[in-house]
Structure formats: structure tokens, C-alpha cells
Design a protein around this ligand. Sequence first.
Ligand code: SAM
Length: 206
Amino acid sequence: MIDPVKFWSKLAPKYAKTPIKNQAAYQAKLDITQSFFTPQTRLLEVGCGTGTTALYHAPHVAAVLATDISPAMLDIARDKQSATGIDNVRFEELNLDVDPIAETDFDVAMAHSILHLVHDLPGALGKLHDALNTGGILVTSTVCIGDWNPLFRPLIGIMKLIGKAPHVSLLTEKSLTAEITNAGFEIIPQDRVAGGDAVFIVARKI
Ligand SMILES: C[S@@+](CC[C@H](N)C(=O)[O-])C[C@H]1O[C@@H](n2cnc3c(N)ncnc32)[C@H](O)[C@@H]1O
């Protein structure tokens, strides 16, 4: 099995240079997320990659803790932060499958393009639930490969075998929604984000 730290760290420089596929869909998700912010908001992100989303939101909240498994992703994120002068974001290493989220009292948590990558989804959602205040918001944009044409599955299997793909779960929108609900969240219905190729879900901790 591929070591996820090595896999994502090797990819980090290329990932940083890859433009966002659908800027309109990305912006719509940013806007929906910001509708839950106040100036006092404490924001958590898991699987933050090179920090683009955390740094975008930072001026609109009190503080951001942005975490990722890959030191190389986090180094790029910190370089971007230095270039902007934003001082209310901390980038820290955290493997969502292994490490606890040591801090609590967050108002909003983001998990974008990460929930399909973890081995223990109920465990990961439990950690996010524990880190949030009651009434806190979970926002996730997640690729649901289980809803894709099944012909893709052998291809994914081959890519994993040759080290070109990490572990991915075949989540469907239905199974992801059920996992989030089972973890103690209620779904806040959203209009479908046009053109997005991931499922966008907003949920409140109950
Ligand atoms: C597809 S990228 C998404 C990055 C960013 N959230 C975005 O939307 O552009 C997946 C990110 O999750 C991180 N990652 C993968 N497995 C992880 C894990 N078990 N715990 C924490 N981060 C993980 C990778 O290092 C990578 O930065």
C-alpha cells in the first residue's frame, strides 16, 4: 500500500501549480461557507493541501487551524502565507486517520477532497464532530467515486497497484450523507453547486 505522506508530498509541487478546475463552482462553495462565518469564528480545516482555501477565508474569521498529513503541502501553504502577511492561520501536520484533533471549540470545520481518502470515515467524522461546538458547521466537498460509472473501478485499482493513486473509498452521495448523519450531524440542504464534480455537503453538529 502506498504511504500517503510520501504520495501527497511527492505530488505537492505539481498540486500547487494545478489551476482550480471549475472556478465558478469553487467560488460558490467559498461563498456558502462564508455565509456561516462571523468575525469571531474559529475555523478548522483537515486535508488543507497547499492552503489556498484556508488563506482565502482567513481575513473573514478570528483564527484558522489548517492541517494536512503532508509536510510538503504544508511548507507550500506556509510560503503562500508569508507572501500574504496573513497572521491568523496556523498550518499543522495531522493525519486524520491516526492523530487526534487536539483542539476543540471550532465553529466551522472544512474537509475538502479528503473524506474519500481516509481509511476510517466514521472515526474521521467523529473527530470533526468532537472538535466542533454544538451547532458548529461541517462543510465538505467530496468526490463520490461510487456514483461514477463502474468501468472506472478497474482503472483506479490499476493506478493504486502502480503507485499512481492513493487509497480511495468508493463513497456514494447517499453513503457519505448517511455517514455524516450517523456521526451526529444534521444536513443543511443546499442548492446543487452547478458544474462541481464533487458532492458539496453542509451539516450542523447536533
Ligand atoms: C486532493 S488533496 C485536497 C487538498 C485541498 N483540501 C483542496 O481541496 O485542494 C487531498 C489532501 O489531503 C491530504 N491527505 C490525504 N490523506 C490524509 C489524511 N489521512 N489525513 C490528513 N490529510 C490527508 C493530502 O496531503 C492532500 O493535501
